[in-house]
Design a binder for this molecule. Structure first.
Ligand SMILES: [Ca+2]
Ligand SMILES: [Ca+2]
Length: 492
């Protein structure tokens, strides 16, 4: 897939890190309030400042809104620590060469707080408006919104190192935008409109993109939210969900709904629950669906998701590891590739594909260990290939763990049902310790039957930890990829 390279993330991180160092500039340079260079100004905002000030380090503005009014392309605004109460709207944008950055001053903690502020359910406490492109927000805490915490409509925005909590609706939502990057944020306790966790539908997502393209969600921690965790949905194309920790969200941890060409890679997705209470607790690991949007005023709407790549993820202790649910006619798992994932400890299904006009989809080189229910359940069997997967059920009861076309089989009988089912294994993968709640628990141990048992089909060049594969981890001179998200011995 080209998305990772297209993301250009390394460049952005370098750019933001260098922006961050502006906070360490000699105060004299920032204190002028005017241009730090001929082209760019550096402004400072502090809750103890005044909007009548010039916006310098010695005489800062009081409100972020004031800084947002005066910035020009290339400018940087440094936010001193403290509480900024009220809504903030960013309407001025920059360009690729001259972004506008609003960043925490050194290690201080600027907090945008909506307590007591009226924010409508379709609105957000912090908004980057359409046309405000190339705005970067870094190191902010955004909390207490009666609507969403943040909504991003501008292209090529960057939201980095922010903490987002206590919103009734979404944490961060990107809509109608291209090239937005959310990197290294923590989002928890949002979607509080479903805090009772009793609704049977209609909850939002903590971190979401829709009607957007080339949005990247990298290295975020998304947990304990009362709706979905990370969602790319309804017209989200070419989005990347990579290196995130997603856990203890309500319904689905990672959701691809009416989305196209999502890359879901090297995420750690899990539940800390120690008991299975309902069909939504714990949440599903990764779900694919096309929910029904035909009544949203789009005459020509039809189910249109697919072409996703889901690889190198570790999915532990969820209700279902990977799931598809058919909502509308024509929907199915289409041209998707689920490869080199490690799924363990599922309460309901390891993999569940309900109905669906499925086509062109492979499940290969995955470890799937159920703890209850079925290891694999597929209602409509066409269009799906399962090869070189390693299946197991930790109860040690192998019978009836494979639902296939409305019947239930044991492993051997299941594999004989179709020539699309080939070279799978039924064996204990001997994972390190999946109860530990750490990705390392999904590592193979030395005698694992997953070692060197993978095929090259869809094999990523790295494992979950970024170490190269294939490696001859056990020293028997067979150098082949290991099944699952770990390449044993690659880190040596
Ligand atoms: Ca190997
Ligand atoms: Ca070997």
């Amino acid at each position: 897939m080209g998305q990772v390279l297209a993301w250009g993330g390394a460049v952005t991180i370098v750019a933001l890190v260098s922006l961050g160092s502006i906070g360490a500039l000699p105060s004299a340079q920032a204190a002028g309030g005017g241009p730090a260079t001929a082209a760019a100004s550096v402004y400072v905002v502090s809750p103890s400042g005044s909007d009548d000030n010039p916006g310098s380090l010695g005489a800062p503005f009081a409100t972020i809104a004031k800084a947002a009014e005066v910035v020009a392309p290339g400018d940087t605004v440094m936010l001193r620590g403290g509480i900024y109460r009220g809504r903030v709207t960013f309407t001025r944008g920059g360009s690729a060469a001259e972004p506008i950055a609003f960043i925490a001053y050194q290690a201080e903690v600027p907090v945008i707080d909506g307590e007591g502020v009226a924010v409508g359910e379709q609105e957000a406490l912090v908004t980057v408006t359409e046309g405000a492109d190339h705005v970067a927000l870094s190191g902010l805490t955004v909390r207490n919104s009666s609507g969403a915490a943040m909504k991003i409509y501008g292209d090529h925005a960057t939201v980095m190192g922010c903490k987002v909590t206590k919103a009734e609706y979404q944490g961060i939502q990107i809509r109608g935008a291209a090239g937005v990057r959310c990197i290294g944020n923590e989002i928890w306790n949002v979607c509080r409109m479903n805090a009772e966790r009793e609704l049977e539908g209609g909850w939002p997502a903590a971190l979401a993109a829709w009607e957007s393209k080339e949005v990247s969600f990298i290295g975020n921690v998304v947990h304990d939210n009362h709706g979905e965790g990370i969602s790319v949905w309804k017209g989200a194309e070419d989005c990347v969900i990579m290196g995130n920790q997603v856990y203890d969200n309500w319904s689905v941890n990672v959701y691809l709904d009416n989305a196209k060409r999502a890359l879901v890679a090297a995420n750690f997705i899990y539940s800390t629950a120690d008991a299975f209470q309902s069909h939504r607790d714990p949440a599903i690991g990764v779900a694919v669906a096309d929910e029904d949007y035909s009544e949203w005023g789009d005459e020509g709407w039809k189910a249109d998701g697919g072409e996703h790549v889901v690889r190198n993820n570790i999915i532990l202790n969820c209700s279902r590891g990977i799931s598809f649910w058919k909502y509308v006619p024509g929907s199915g798992v289409k041209d998707c590739s689920f490869v080199y994932n490690t799924i363990a400890g599922t309460w309901e299904y390891g993999i569940r594909i309900s109905e669906g006009e499925n086509s062109g989809t492979q499940f290969a080189n995955n470890i799937v260990v159920s703890r209850a229910g079925e290891t694999l359940s597929v209602t409509k069997t066409g269009g799906l290939a399962f090869r070189h997967n390693l299946f197991w059920d930790s109860t040690g009861k192998p019978s009836d763990k494979f639902g296939w076309g409305g019947q239930r089989f044991d492993f051997r009988l299941w594999e004989s049902q179709s020539r699309e089912l080939k070279a799978n294994l039924w064996a204990d993968p001997q994972l390190s310790d999946t109860a530990a709640g750490e990705p390392d628990g999904a590592k193979l141990t030395r005698d694992s039957p997953a070692m060197d048992a993978g095929s090259s089909a869809g094999a990523p060049r790295f494992d979950y930890w970024g170490y190269p594969r294939p490696t001859d981890g056990n020293g028997d001179r067979i150098r082949a990829p290991d099944i699952g998200a770990h390449e044993y011995g690659a880190e040596r």
